[in-house]
Design a protein around this ligand. Sequence first.
Ligand code: TA6
Length: 302
Amino acid sequence: MILTVTLNAALDVTYQVPEIDWAGVNRVKAVHRRAGGKGVNVARVLRGLGREVLVTGLAGGPVGQAIEADLEAAGLPRALVPIAAESRTTLAVAGGGGGAALFNEPGPEVSEAELREFGRVYASLLERAEAVVISGSLPRGVPAGTYAELAALAAEHGVPAIVDADGPALRHAPVGRPAIVKPNAEELARAVPPHGHPVEGAEHLRALGAESVVVSLGEEGLYAVTPEGTFRARMPYRVEGNPTGAGDSLVAGLALGLVEGAPWPERLRTAAALGAAAVAAPVAGDFDRDVYARTHPLIEIT
Ligand SMILES: O=P(O)(O)OC[C@H]1O[C@](O)(CO)[C@@H](O)[C@H]1O
């Protein structure tokens, strides 16, 4: 199975609002509530593609119970480690004209003992994993080097890791020698010294230990700097919709290509098409199968 790690699991609330008035009353047209956090979304997409997945991470309090219940209802296998503090809620407000404003709470305070227990569970799950995806923000109390440690432990078990993180967690991640690090262009710019081009920033992360670096550029596609060479994927058209979760869908495509041993151009085509297909789906963690099928053959890889 493909293991996904979400240390800062969330109850994702999405409000669909025709037009947002930041100074007035907004009537919400539709509300979606579901278990989220980046690793959960990655698992949903992978499962939608027919892969066996397992969701792990931390969950606590009534919100943690709601996350567990939603994963159960969705039939997503899970091994969440309980914590005393309450898991967070995130809010995406999606306007009619496309785009969404995100409000992501920082998340619960995690104790050293809880993090140690997670490490124990994680090590045992690695025995059954063909790849691990480690994504999203770190809850409070979790050191910035944790993703690097989780990636290094995976490597010790012969399991390739994909890390999708921001800030200090992204800066530290390459030290754990992950197979792939996936920042977006803004995250990359924050994590490495000033660079003229995303490929230079990606090379910096590779020099620190990441085997490959994929930089997502939203509707501009992506760059991938890999041992096989540097690739660019370009999107054939702009897809309208809610971009929340598009990066997670893209990461699911990278994980799929990794476990299937697909050549890089093929991996990137799948990843970019899944990212676009997620924009067309109203809620993070879903993708539009028609958009995926239509877009996949049109993505240009150079
Ligand atoms: O961990 P964060 O970086 O705050 O991201 C979590 C959030 O991002 C999303 O995964 C979308 O990528 C939402 O589902 C939401 O849970």
